[in-house]
Design a protein around this ligand. Structure first.
Ligand SMILES: Nc1ncnc2c1ncn2[C@@H]1O[C@H](COP(=O)(O)OP(=O)(O)O)[C@@H](O)[C@H]1O
Ligand SMILES: O=C(CO)[C@@H](O)[C@H](O)COP(=O)(O)O
Length: 478
């Protein structure tokens, strides 16, 4: 499609979708100004107990429900794109029906398979070839788990997808993914930017079952008939949720994002391909052609909300002081790689208050993310000039005063909170608008002012709290 530029964008409607762990959000956005015209949201159900699973039909129904909430904008939209939770394993039959619920990124049952894959090839091999050392979250470990535990489901698979691919295919009929999301599978070689057939053969996955990988700016196709979105509207390639938010923010090297949602993530964009053999920093690809070094935790807003509920307190009802160290690893942990860990509370005294325990959970939830911040920024290396720039704080937790104060206290950095609340959906809308007008995504994000918002000045860094957490960590690994 020929580039039309900003002038042609005014008054035209694009849709951005965020299909994350807990819910689907849809924004209808004016492609010219970035004004959010309407918003829809519908919840997902996630299994509890040993695993974390969601039936992909739940995502599709939630997308339809969220679209129903945006009134006439669904039918008016000229383009749509989907940002989705990363890594999830979706196995489909020949008719496109899920053979079993999707195994989600925060399902740690695949930890032994991840460890075996790293053992088989070595961490250095993984880092150099794939940019990441796979942990339990990576799709390749989930596929290995499925083959070992439910071989009949693996054998029956006629298509293997990521969550956002599943939705893109339902919208357009196209079996595609993008380089951002595919980089979290563990079977896409980031050094060559293609599926790694040797690795796929080793894990018994036929490459024919995988979607085609679209490059930046490529489109998946058009919306098929019979859906609430106008038939013929353009469908973007979509991407993983973190890559979508980076697109939405118009992120440039040297600026870091801290996202507080079901997962905690810290990331930046880089012109250099990441290859961290320690496994702390995952070497994802960005949706615009660059790279997205990222560290991710399993225990963030849900863990802190759970602790608040256990204490019978509002999530904002925190108190300073005291001597506790709280590692809220309620779901096991990914950063650091402790999939079998559980929550750990140390330093309790008679004078400890419930508010201090709750504050301890906040501290423990951001500790590892802030520890990885410099490593994430270092990937772009000498060219990264803006490491003193404010941290961008996004995700549901960015709406909370206690989260904001915790990040300022433990990072010792200025923190900027974009006024735009839904950066993943907005990033998907940026991709859709870029497809429609032919403008680069970064120009659209800049015109829309997506990162604009107040900057909260740094607080003196609470080194005592950080030291207590550092001392507690070896106990969680025991
Ligand atoms: N006003 C708020 N203050 C603090 N936390 C909030 C607020 N609103 C939502 N949250 C948190 O945000 C989380 C959801 O964040 P979100 O980024 O939407 O998650 P996800 O993308 O993983 O589905 C909830 O678990 C909740 O704890
Ligand atoms: O696994 C990762 C990143 O590698 C997670 O960030 C998922 O992409 C889920 O995101 P949220 O639902 O928490 O936004």
């Amino acid at each position: 499609m020929a580039a039309q530029g900003a002038g042609s964008a005014g008054g035209r409607v694009v849709l951005g979708v965020d299909s994350s762990t807990q819910s689907t959000k849809v924004l209808a956005v004016d492609a010219g100004t970035g004004e959010v015209l309407a918003r829809g949201q519908a919840p997902h159900t996630v299994s509890t107990g040993a695993g974390r699973e969601t039936d992909p039909e739940v995502w599709w129904d939630a997308l339809l429900a969220a679209l129903a909430q945006i009134g006439p904008y669904a039918a008016r939209a000229e383009a749509i794109a989907v940002g989705g939770q990363q890594h999830g394993l979706v196995v489909l039959d020949a008719a496109g029906k899920a053979l079993r619920p999707a195994l989600l990124w925060n399902d740690t049952r695949s930890a032994p398979q991840a460890a075996a894959l790293v053992e088989r090839h070595g961490a250095q091999w993984w880092a150099e070839r794939f940019g990441s050392v796979p942990g339990a979250s990576f799709t390749v470990a989930k596929w290995a788990w499925l083959r070992e535990n439910e071989p009949e489901a693996a054998a029956a698979a006629r298509a293997v997808r990521l969550p956002h691919d599943f939705l893109t295919e339902r919208l357009s009929g196209a079996a595609v993914t993008d380089r951002g999301d595919v980089s979290g599978t563990g079977w896409w070689a980031s050094d060559r930017e293609e599926y790694d057939e040797e690795l796929l053969a080793g894990v018994g996955l036929d490459p024919a079952l995988l979607p085609a990988v679209l490059g930046p700016g490529q489109r998946a196709g058009e919306v098929r008939g019979g859906l609430p979105v106008r038939a013929g509207a353009l469908v973007g390639a979509g991407t993983g949720d973190n890559a979508a938010a980076a697109l939405g923010l118009g992120l440039t090297p040297g600026r870091a994002v801290l996202s507080l949602g079901t997962s905690g993530t810290v990331y930046s964009v880089s012109r250099r391909r990441p290859a961290d053999a320690t496994g702390t920093v995952a070497g994802f690809a960005a949706a615009d052609g660059g790279w997205l070094p990222l560290a991710c935790t399993l225990n963030c807003t849900l863990a802190v909300d759970k602790v608040a509920a256990l204490l019978g307190r509002d999530r904002e009802d925190v108190e300073d002081g005291g001597s506790v160290a709280f590692l809220p690893f309620l779901d096991g942990e990914r950063t650091p790689n402790l999939p079998y860990a559980s929550g750990l509370l140390t330093g309790l005294r008679h004078e400890t208050t419930a508010g201090q325990v709750l504050q301890g959970a906040y501290d423990g939830a951001v500790y590892a993310l802030l520890a990885a911040l410099d490593q994430v920024l270092a990937v772009d290396g000498a060219q990264a000039t803006g490491s003193a720039e404010p941290l961008l704080l996004i995700g549901g937790g960015a709406r909370g005063a206690a989260w904001l104060r915790t990040v300022r206290r433990l990072s010792g950095r200025d923190v900027q909170v974009p006024r735009a609340a839904e950066l993943v959906a907005l990033g998907a809308a940026v991709q859709a608008a870029s497809l429609l007008t032919g403008e680069p995504a970064a120009e659209i994000a800049s015109r829309w002012g997506t990162a604009d918002g107040p900057v909260h000045p740094a607080l003196p860094r609470d080194d005592a709290a950080l030291a207590r957490l550092a001392a507690a960590l070896p106990l969680a690994s025991a």
